[in-house]
Design a protein around this ligand. Structure first.
Ligand SMILES: [Zn+2]
Length: 209
């Protein structure tokens, strides 16, 4: 069995969610960590599916998305955190994990890109929901009322943000890479302006470009 199969058989998304701080309630429903979710709209069992933002996948995808990891890194993390025995023969050398102390990996440009992509997706997703709220909350009540700046921002930005999210979710690497490069500045600006969009994520080094 491959590492992926071994991990998927040993650990359910529900177990991983619990371990990684996502509270799972009755019937396996949880507040989705991938969009601003006030009522639990994510179903978590062996896999996960969010009825709010459409996030969907297996335990490895869940962990990868949650921590901004590549699938293989997420699988290794799960194996380590749940003490799942496995061997990676193709690597030629056994890997050992200790839950107490892990080496801090060097951040390669590739890795930096992946983290940036995950961060752009999360923040833009939250921003999109904020715009939706504003469009409702600050809509003019009568034709004479001057337009609220937040209502204007919602109307002006919603389509663009929705398009960015679509590319990030479904686009090819060739489509996503230039978008992420463009988005990074915007996302940093958004997180400064609206700290709730960063959602208490640890501070992140975006690099100098
Ligand atoms: Zn969601």
């Amino acid at each position: 069995m491959t590492l992926f199969q071994t991990v998927k058989e040993a650990v359910s998304t529900r177990q991983a969610a619990g371990r990684y701080g996502v509270q799972v309630g009755k019937g396996g429903m949880a507040c989705c960590p991938f969009h601003p979710d006030k009522t639990p709209s994510m179903k978590v069992d062996s896999r996960f599916h969010c009825f709010g933002c459409g996030a969907d996948g297996d335990v490895i995808a869940f962990t990868a998305k949650l921590f901004g990891l590549r699938p293989v890194e997420a699988a290794r993390k799960l194996a380590a955190d749940f003490a799942v025995p496995f061997s990676e023969k193709e690597r030629g050398q056994p890997r050992r994990f200790s839950t107490k102390k892990r080496e801090t990996p060097r951040v390669s440009p590739e890795e930096r890109y992946r983290l940036a992509e995950a961060r752009c997706f999360r923040t833009l997703c939250r921003y999109f929901h904020l715009l939706e709220d504003w469009e409702r909350e600050f809509a003019p009540k009568n034709p004479d009322e001057p337009l609220h700046p937040r209502f204007l921002e919602a109307v002006q930005k919603k389509d663009a943000v929705s398009h960015q999210l679509e590319v990030l979710q479904c686009g090819s690497v060739a489509e996503k890479a230039p978008l992420v490069a463009d988005c990074v500045k915007e996302v940093v600006h958004l997180e400064r302006k609206f700290p709730e969009l960063a959602g208490g994520d640890p501070a992140m080094d975006w690099g100098s470009h």
